[in-house]
Every structure is written in C-alpha cells, then in structure tokens.
Ligand binder design. Structure first.
Ligand SMILES: Cc1cc2nc3c(=O)[nH]c(=O)nc-3n(C[C@H](O)[C@H](O)[C@H](O)COP(=O)(O)O)c2cc1C
Length: 202
C-alpha cells in the first residue's frame, strides 16, 4: 500500500457511543439512508465491552463531540474500558429514551437497533433514528482533526527514561525499543502500524 493516510480524508466525526451501562468513543459512524427516521451505522470492535452491551440492548445513542470538547471525555470513553472504571462517574449526562447522552456535546442521536453485521474484528450495528437534539450549532470535531492534533489534545504520560509505543486507537502503552514483529494491540487488537513511538517519557 503506497500511503494509507489517505483514509484519514474519509470524513468521519468523533462521537461518544452509549448504551445501557456503558459506552466508548467511536469515529466509524455513517448515515446510510435519509427520511424522517434515517438509518445510522456504527462499527464497534469486538474486544470492546460496549460491543457486548450493544448485543444485549436494543437502543444506542451517539453524542456528537465539538472541536472544543473537554479532552477528558475522549480519554475517559476512548482509552478506558467500562470493565475497569465507571466512565459516567465524572461526566455530566442526561437520559433520553433510557440511554445516557453527554452534556458536553453538540447534541445527540438515539437509535433503535434494527440489524447487525459481524466481521472478523468488528460488528456493524445499524439503528433507526428515533430521537435527536441539537444543543449547540458549533463546529464538530472530525477524526482527521483529532489525529492531527491529538498530541496537544491528549496528554499521555509515559514512564521516564523508557521508550514507549502508544496505540493511536485506544491509548495502550507498550514499553520497549521496538514492537515485536507480529505485535497487535492487546487492548483493541489493531496492528503495530497504528502505534506511535515516544522516546524516553517525561
Ligand atoms: C479517537 C478514537 C476513535 C475510536 N474509534 C472507535 C471506533 O470507531 N470503533 C470502536 O469500536 N472503537 C473505537 N475507539 C476505541 C474505543 O473507544 C476504546 O477501545 C474504548 O476504551 C472501549 O471501551 P469499552 O471497553 O468500555 O467499550 C476509538 C478510540 C479513540 C480514542
């Protein structure tokens, strides 16, 4: 492949996907039909606890993150698992159709799950929009912007004096000069080419 970075030009936003008892950051969202109740799809890694929850629940919500969102929302929901922490503890939410949505967002879409498609690593959940609101008509954060600016937005602290490799998807940190040949992220399963090197942390 000559340069996979071109995929960052696919317009994707940044969302907090929530369902009963959990949620995570997603960018892999698209609207797949129009009308009053459009269909919306979201692709969720099988390793994520949210995937398991989505299989047990019939509704999900997508809170749309603005460009000026508090980055703690991204670290809380995108770099931690609800298996280990209560992500909702320090984040203000309101409940819509039985699903928590994030107050620090531009608005939300609540969907009723109607279908799902499995592939090797992800499940594509398809939902019908049943409720939506716009809190603020401001610029949304897109995934390309997040990737270009994540070093300023997210402060990842690594151990002093050690070379670290940070997963650009979930924030997992591997310590070592080089990543092993067939390395895959033990947290989110992505290939080693999605890791970025950080020399001797501070
Ligand atoms: C910028 C960003 C984008 C992400 N996009 C997705 C995505 O589209 N789909 C997905 O399944 N996980 C995505 N993730 C990873 C999950 O948010 C992450 O693995 C999370 O810790 C899972 O939490 P859970 O185990 O509570 O479900 C993304 C993370 C970040 C930081």
């Amino acid at each position: 492949m000559k340069n996979k970075k071109i995929t960052r030009k696919i317009s994707q936003g940044m969302y907090v996907l929530t369902t009963k008892n959990g949620g995570c950051i997603v960018d892999a969202v698209s609207q797949i039909s129009a009308g009053d109740h459009p269909l919306i799809s979201v692709s969720v890694m099988k390793n994520n606890y949210t995937n398991q929850l989505l299989k047990e629940n019939d509704k999900f919500a997508l809170s749309v993150l603005g460009k000026d969102v508090n980055a703690e929302i991204i670290t809380t929901f995108g770099m931690n698992s609800m298996r280990d922490i209560n992500k909702f503890e320090k984040v203000e939410t309101e409940e819509v159709e039985g699903v928590k949505v994030i107050n620090d967002s531009l608005g939300y879409m609540v969907c009723e799950k109607i279908d799902s498609i499995e592939n090797e690593t992800h499940t594509l959940f398809i939902g019908k929009l049943i409720e939506a609101d716009l809190f603020e008509d401001k610029e949304a954060m897109n995934y390309g912007y997040y990737q270009e600016n994540k070093n300023d937005l997210i402060k990842v602290t690594t151990e002093k004096g050690k070379t670290a490799w940070i997963c650009t998807i979930c924030g997992y940190i591997y310590y070592g000069e080089e990543l092993p040949d067939d390395f895959k992220c033990p947290k989110c399963g992505v290939d080693k080419n999605l890791f970025e090197k950080k020399e001797s942390g501070v």
